[in-house]
Design a binder for this molecule. Structure first.
Ligand code: FPP
Ligand code: MG
Length: 297
């Protein structure tokens, strides 16, 4: 069914009726479609399910196009980012086409779903703004980090699960909680992979987050474990591209046992996600959590 979702996105983009848009769109690399997998696992037989998935994936793509411009990222999903090849202007405008067309289609689905998704886009934009502000100096406040992550990443995942539950007449609050906790776990795993994986698997430069100005959980937990002098060294690497940084962080993450701590945190949220829908008898949703969290890092 994921193939049908891709087809629907293509057809929506064809309806825009512009060869430049079609050309730029043909260069966008498809992701794992996590949000569609959740929707398909919750309301697989609803007549609007493919449209809902397509709308969510288009909003997700729009946000990543804009994010790569904001982060000045050269790569996305192992390939050159659209902004690196076609420039910032085209990336922003293709993002705007994705976003506007998605909202046009969203209004045809269901009013409650339209409110849920549009509110999530406010939250994810708010999260991205916080992320930019937090990039100005190292942030050691865990609560601030979690709030930003809830907004930036978890809100659209939560809205996807909630919307699918609304369409199915299920208890939408439970599915929203599931999505929120899954989204937090997902971003923690993503932040962890940035420090544990190599570039080939990751599809982007390794330990890139800290250089980009993102104080993610591994760095916050390390900061908490360090003494005053070492904290100064950690902060001196923030937003810098120093050659010895990678080695220093690897050694200190190991010395202070940071990786297992971060995995435990991701599992905590993964378990909360599973607990939210425990009485819903949906094995597929539990498997999504397990496949994401219980793996090698
Ligand atoms: C990736 O974060 C970015 C997001 C999850 C959301 C970005 C949201 C916006 C730019 C707002 C979009 C607004 C509209 C209207 C579409 P990251 O940089 O931490 O992750 P990455 O490593 O995948 O780039
Ligand atoms: Mg980014």
């Amino acid at each position: 069914m994921l193939g049908e979702v891709q087809e629907r996105i293509r057809s929506f983009m064809d309806q825009v009726g512009n060869p430049n848009v079609s050309h730029l769109f043909s260069q966008v690399v498809c992701g794992k479609m996590l949000r569609s997998k959740l929707i398909l696992a919750i309301c697989p037989h609803h007549p609007k399910v493919i449209d809902l998935c397509a709308v969510i994936e288009m909003i997700q793509s729009a946000s990543l196009l804009h994010d790569d411009v904001i982060d000045e990222s050269e790569t996305r999903r192992g390939q050159s980012s659209l902004n690196a090849v076609f420039g910032n202007k085209n990336s922003i405008m293709l993002g705007d086409v994705f976003y506007s067309k998605a909202f046009f289609e969203l209004t045809k689905i269901d009013d409650r779903v339209a409110r849920c998704i549009s509110n999530a886009v406010v939250e994810l934009s708010r999260g991205e703004i916080d992320d930019v502000f937090m990039g100005e100096s190292f942030n050691s406040d865990k609560e601030k980090y979690f709030q930003m992550l809830r907004d930036k990443t978890a809100s659209l995942i939560a809205a996807s699960a909630e919307s699918a539950a609304i369409l199915s007449g299920l208890d939408s609050a439970k599915y929203r909680d599931y999505g929120l906790n899954l989204g937090i776990a997902f971003q923690i795993v993503d932040d962890l992979l940035d420090v544990t994986q190599d570039e080939r698997i990751l599809g982007k430069p390794v330990m890139n987050d800290f250089k980009e100005g993102k104080s993610t959980l591994p760095y916050i937990l390390l900061y908490e474990a360090l003494g005053e002098d070492q904290r100064k060294i950690l902060i001196s690497y923030f937003r810098e591209d120093k050659i010895d940084a990678q080695k220093w962080f690897k050694e200190h993450f190991y010395k202070y046992n940071i990786i297992p701590l971060v995995i435990a945190e991701a599992r905590k949220y993964g378990n909360l996600a599973i607990a939210s829908i425990k009485d819903q008898n949906n094995r597929l949703l539990e498997e999504v959590v397990e496949s994401m969290i219980y793996r090698e890092f």
